[in-house]
Design a protein around this ligand. Sequence first.
Ligand SMILES: [Zn+2]
Length: 454
Amino acid sequence: MYISMCFIFTPVLGILPTGAGKSLVYQLAGLIRPGFTVVVTPLLSLSKNQIFNLHRRNIPAQEYNSAVPWAVKCDTLNRLRRDAGLPFVRPRMPQSDQRELKLLYVTPEGIASGNALSRLLDVLYRAGRMGLLAIDEAHCISEWGHDFRDAYKQLNGIRKRWPNVPICATTATATLRVAESIVTGLGLQNPHRINTSFDRPNIEFLSVNCVDHPNYDTCSNRDAFFYYYSKYQWQGKCGIIYTDSRADTVEVSTMLQNHGVRCGYYHAGLKLDERNLTQNKWEEAFIDVIVATTAFGMGIDKQDVRFVVMWAIPRTVETYYQMGGRAGRDGRPSVALTLYSDVFATWREWQASEECKNSRKKHGALSEKYRHKMVKKESLGTLLSIVGHRIPRCRRATVLEYFGEAKDTKYQSGRCCDICSNESLVFRGQGGRKHFNFFLYMIGPSWCANSQQC
Ligand SMILES: [Zn+2]
């Protein structure tokens, strides 16, 4: 249905939560429409993953970015020229695909920098060959978004550059303010809006209170994790655990392995083939659990993830929701569990305040960068009210409220959250040494060096 909408109506603004088939909207619309579709994505890993899946389905798609070899880039340019009836100007690859190129994945920098591709796109636009412009992760364009990127700001002038190309902007998380900012930024006039509910009724939102022990102390976290591990019979089932730093992925993974859990770790500091190996093992079920930083997850399409554990409190509601949303894509009962602690929550607040203070000092109170930090801080405040134990309130309702949605009163599966089922738990760790170290760590000058890695 969404796809037919995208075919008939443009511009389109699609706000579709993780698992709702966001990329399918522009991929299928792009295949149906005449000409080719330009897909703008912020992350190379994201386009790589999508290209891999499209090639598996034998769909002519190509990416053009800094990670692509020169010969492949030339081939892509030649294919675009050939489809538009223009002469070849670059060396030709002997085994070039003879089919019409339908989807071209680029980064925002790639189409804005006046390079060969950018100039060719202008020519192809004038020749009427550009069928659709899809902007994925469109919240990055908004300074109110949790993930604002400078490169995306350049897309603000895209309407002037290509006034008639149909635009389809999609994102998985956008508050009302962010949605309006996307519409204005991209110059979408009366866009057709595709909004699916943010509610994922099959996911149970749990938060366990690991009293007075920060997440660096694995004692209370470990006890809490294994309580749920046996309660929900997670043994042999697929799960993701998100930690706050690279070192924690290794530490937690080793600890779990010692307890007989088949798991591996994943972070951006590992070599690409090591990361791919762990990911493949997890996808092919040679291991059950992957312990990762936020670097893991974008473009992952595994349906049977039964649990996502946030070993450390995330930084924003959007991140929390995206992480938790990776559970239960198959619609079967799943769990998003946060290991909460007041000490860590306080540290997160302090960390966010410091970032705001530094940004204000560096860029000024009126700068976009400062405003963006303030938005993130605000989002953290809401997140702490969602996963916190200070004022207990239905966790699902608070998340939905943040995205401008009311909790469906018909929701009666009995697996809403630990507040609704009156099963909020407290775990007290035994370790004291790490607790003390944590405070030293907190006041030390290197606090951001570890926490911002991913
Ligand atoms: Zn609830």
